[in-house]
Design a protein around this ligand. Structure first.
Ligand SMILES: Nc1ncnc2c1ncn2[C@@H]1O[C@H](COP(=O)(O)OP(=O)(O)O)[C@@H](O)[C@H]1O
Ligand SMILES: [Mg+2]
Length: 301
């Protein structure tokens, strides 16, 4: 049972491989909503690889098209043109192999933490000893054993997000897709979640695709960082965050490489925000303001 997370196969060099880890490839993906004079290009010619066993983070200004892209990857919608494949096979419909954790809580309020985690296996008729053991193992992993029989409203925001991670992991997806999963948490809970989540990733090395607008979150978590443009969204830059794991949050941002990446990413995002700021976008104006604050704070350190 713990095999899902821990007893991983080893390659010839002794390096542990992920038990399940898929690879998603996007080739020239475009998405246009609406038709004729109302047509709006949201994604334009997006090509990139979500590499197997890596944590790929996408960061872009709010409203740039990130969630739209996730709907395509999840198979809820189809691209207007271009191709998305999972392990070489076209993505045509939603599947258990790609599970999405959304920013809005998807926990069922009438179910306990345990029942929420068991939802997927039960829906497939797999309420057996193996999945029950796995649910308890995951409860422990996310630090919620004592909250096993509580309802979502009895959990803090951070606990709810942890329950959601366990609820997704029990299905053992090949790729975990997370759309701003920690948005709305206070700063302290957020940092705790980053550490929790990074540890879960480091244990399993499942392929993860994580979308955010938070620069510190992005740089701390990423193996590879995709910086996106404003709508129509394209890949503006790809940065490899070659800082070794496990990463400790307290020392991470004192590393030169982490700071270089952060500065490079901030300046690209700032350029993108300025472009739409001059176009009158409210989201971009908010971003420029937040960026200015962040830059001052960094300069003052
Ligand atoms: N179904 C839709 N029809 C028309 N426009 C849409 C639809 N879904 C998203 N959009 C537009 O696409 C843009 C990107 O939205 P979204 O993908 O939610 O951005 P993000 O997740 O980066 O904040 C927005 O301008 C939004 O209004
Ligand atoms: Mg979004």
């Amino acid at each position: 049972m713990a095999a899902v997370l821990e007893e991983r196969p080893v390659d010839t060099t002794g390096k542990k491989l992920a038990v399940t880890a898929g690879e998603i490839k996007l080739e020239h993906v475009c998405k246009t909503y609406g038709k004729g004079p109302f047509a709006k290009d949201v994604i334009k010619d997006c090509s990139f690889l979500i590499e197997r066993s890596k944590l790929t983070v996408m960061i872009g200004p709010s409203g740039c098209g990130k969630s739209s892209l996730i709907r395509l990857i999840a198979g809820f919608e189809s691209p207007t043109s271009g191709k998305i494949t999972l392990n070489g096979k076209p993505v045509t419909h939603p599947g258990r192999d790609r599970l999405v954790v959304f920013q809005e809580s998807a926990l069922f309020p009438w179910m306990t933490t345990y029942d929420n985690i068991m939802y997927g296996p039960r829906a497939r008729g797999e309420d057996n000893q193996k999945t029950r053991d796995l649910a308890n193992f995951l409860l422990d992993k996310v630090g919620l054993t004592a909250f096993r029989d509580k309802y979502p409203t009895q959990l803090s925001g951070g606990m709810q997000r942890r329950a959601e991670l366990a609820r997704a992991m029990i299905n053992n997806p090949e790729v975990m897709v997370l759309d701003e999963p920690f948005r709305g948490l206070d700063a302290m809970s957020k940092e705790l979640m980053w550490e929790y989540y990074a540890k879960l990733f480091e244990e399993s090395h499942r392929t993860n695709f994580f979308v955010t607008t938070d620069i510190d979150e992005a740089v701390y978590l990423a193996d590879r960082l995709l910086i996106m443009t404003n709508t129509p969204m394209q890949v503006r830059a790809v940065i490899e965050v070659d800082v070794p794991r496990p990463r400790s949050l307290s020392s991470f941002f004192t590393s030169d490489r982490a700071n270089d990446v952060k500065m490079q990413a901030l300046s690209l995002l700032h350029e993108e925000a300025m472009k739409s700021f001059s176009g009158g976008s409210k989201a971009a104006a908010d971003f420029v303001e937040a960026y200015a604050k962040r830059k001052n704070a960094t300069a003052a350190e």
